[in-house]
Write a protein that binds this ligand. Structure first.
Ligand code: FES
Length: 563
């Protein structure tokens, strides 16, 4: 065995080596724990403020069993955690902070490898960003999705069905009693949201990148197989050290192209465009809008899972999970990419059969012919915007309509249920000041609720545009991530109520039918909103966050070596 990194701490000559051994022995370790055994950190995003990750202390116990069985020493440590349901103004404000915490905790401590325990939306990209920058051998173990809920015989998928039921409630079609009942049964167990939201997407993409054991991402949180694969991951972490298999060797450009391909085949969350760009940026790999769109056009959407389809994550797991999806599209993947078990993608997925063709559709009968996400450009979004076309209304994919502009989210909330809101079914709702600097933190406000007066007329969808993000569990003809954002003086700041907006998803266009000179004139009169913070982490965030097309990482955290 080679000399371990941890030996620099524990086998150092003189006082410091003795002191480090002594202080760690205060935790009850015997002396022979320091005889050169590999030390594996378990980076835990457990928190009672992150309900999706609340079972990760138990998962860590299983990981420890595996590390010990393989001859290593496991040491569990916490970082900040990001609970999607609670953090204000948005967890996205803190993704980069958690990534810095993960990176520096790994780098500063006597570790030879690390096991990353994640689940809720931002915890997965934050850990991958930090581990990519630290570049010690790393393996990820997501906590898995929660169990499906059931409401009066109807299976419920977390945010997706919650939002649909809320529309019934706010229009008087669901009683208080029924609404209270929904609250008790929509989130049934530990684990992350049980549709193809951002958490399910990002954990599945961690697997597609090669950073988890095959089959790991989709096992439901309470399933005993979650613990079994956690133990196997602990063993694999020790083997990674000897093989010197680091994130930089696994997360190559080809691996990111695999992840984008799987994103499209899963109908995954639009948030993944931002997170994959940020993770790749840590490794000097520049993912451009064109990479996502090129891959989307050639990749069929096969996973029939909400919000794009009908089923839930539990069903996807039983149908074969990520390996079965990948096996359906091997001709679109770089199958020679190496993964954390030392095997290639081809070796991992070639025997993974689909067990339910209604959930993982065959290639000749896909859910959609193209991938879930389309990247739009035009004079309204010079640096791009995204739409989840598989969760949008086909009738609105080519649309011209007059804009109705909300200056802020607060203004939208004050007006959206008013009967005198001057909108009809063709109106394009525009909301600004929701981007990385304007939100701040680019909150998931992009799913502007349908105006109540339109719902009452039976209109269930209309085109909505903003510089915000949207929960991966949401749906509708919603254009997001408009870049540059309005608060940074992007053209979104120039739109006025009554302007004609032209959306053409097939042509990937997003334009405002206003002369370029007039747009320029309006933007010359633009005054940026007052910054939200003048000190602390908020100030650091506002000073250094990049735009959506660059991943919203801090400018000083991306790698300088571009590939
Ligand atoms: Fe954590 Fe949905 S709230 S994944």
């Amino acid at each position: 065995m080679k000399n371990k990194r941890s030996s620099e701490w524990f086998q150092a000559p003189g006082y410091h080596g003795m002191a480090r051994r002594a202080w760690l022995r205060s935790e009850g370790f015997p002396a022979d724990v320091f005889d050169g055994k590999p030390v594996v950190g378990i980076c835990n995003s457990w928190s009672e403020l992150t309900n999706c990750n609340v079972h990760l202390r138990d998962v860590a116990v299983a990981v420890k069993r595996g590390v010990i069985a393989a001859g290593g020493v496991p040491l569990e440590f916490p970082t900040i955690s990001l609970g999607e349901m609670f953090m204000q103004p948005t967890t996205m404000m803190y993704r980069n902070l958690m990534a810095m915490d993960v990176e520096e905790s790994i780098r500063a401590n006597p570790l030879d490898a690390v096991v990353l325990l994640c689940g809720c939306d931002k915890t997965t990209p934050a850990q991958l960003m930090g581990a990519a920058s630290a570049n010690l051998p790393a393996i990820m173990v997501p906590g898995g999705p929660m169990l499906a809920g059931t409401f009066r015989g109807q299976r419920l998928g977390s945010g997706t069905d919650g939002r649909k039921l809320f529309d019934l409630y706010r229009t008087g079609r669901l009683s208080d009693e029924e609404w209270n009942e929904v609250e008790g049964c929509i989130a049934r167990s530990s684990g992350h949201c049980t549709v193809m939201g951002t958490a399910s997407t990002m954990t599945s993409l961690a697997e597609a990148l090669g950073m988890t054991l095959p089959g790991c991402a989709n096992i439901p949180a309470p399933d005993s197989r979650r613990m079994a694969i956690a133990e196997l991951s602990g063993r694999a972490a020790v083997e990674l050290i000897e093989a010197e298999l680091t994130p930089r060797r696994i997360m190559t450009r080809e691996a990111f192209e695999n992840a984008i391909t799987v994103l499209m085949a899963l109908g995954g969350s639009t948030n993944a465009v931002i997170h994959l760009t940020a993770i790749a940026g840590r490794l000097g790999i520049r993912l451009a809008a064109g990479d996502f769109d090129r891959i989307s056009r050639r990749t069929p959407c096969l996973a029939n899972v909400k919000p794009s389809g009908e089923h839930l994550m539990e069903d996807l797991f039983h149908a074969g999970g990520v390996p079965a999806v990948m096996n359906r599209i091997t001709d679109l993947l770089h199958t020679d990419c190496i993964t954390v078990n030392g095997r290639t993608v081809c070796e991992n997925v070639s025997n993974s059969d689909t067990r339910d063709g209604a959930v993982i559709r065959p290639r000749d009968n896909p859910l959609f012919a193209e991938g879930g996400i389309a990247i739009l450009h035009g004079n309204l979004a010079p640096d791009g915007a995204v739409i989840k076309q598989t969760a949008a209304s086909p009738a609105l994919m080519q649309h011209r309509g007059r804009a109705y502009v909300f200056e802020t989210r607060d203004e939208m909330i004050a007006w959206i249920d008013r009967d005198d809101l001057p909108v009809d079914a063709s109106t394009v709702l525009v909301m600004r000041n929701c981007g990385p600097k304007g939100g701040p933190g680019m909150p998931e406000w992009g799913h502007i609720p349908m105006p109540r007066k339109l719902l009452q007329q039976g209109v269930t969808d209309t085109v909505r545009i903003s510089d915000a993000r949207m929960s991966g569990t949401s749906f509708g003809t919603v254009v997001l991530h408009v870049a540059p954002e309005s608060a940074a003086g992007g053209p979104l700041a120039a739109v006025q109520t009554g302007d004609e907006i032209i959306l053409d998803v097939a042509a990937r266009g997003l334009d405002i039918n206003v002369a370029e000179e007039e747009i320029a004139r309006r933007l010359r009169a633009f005054t940026p909103p007052a910054p939200h913070y003048d000190r602390g982490y908020g100030r650091l965030f506002l000073d250094h966050v990049t735009q959506a097309n660059l991943g919203c990482d801090f400018d000083f955290l991306a790698s300088n070596s571009n590939k």
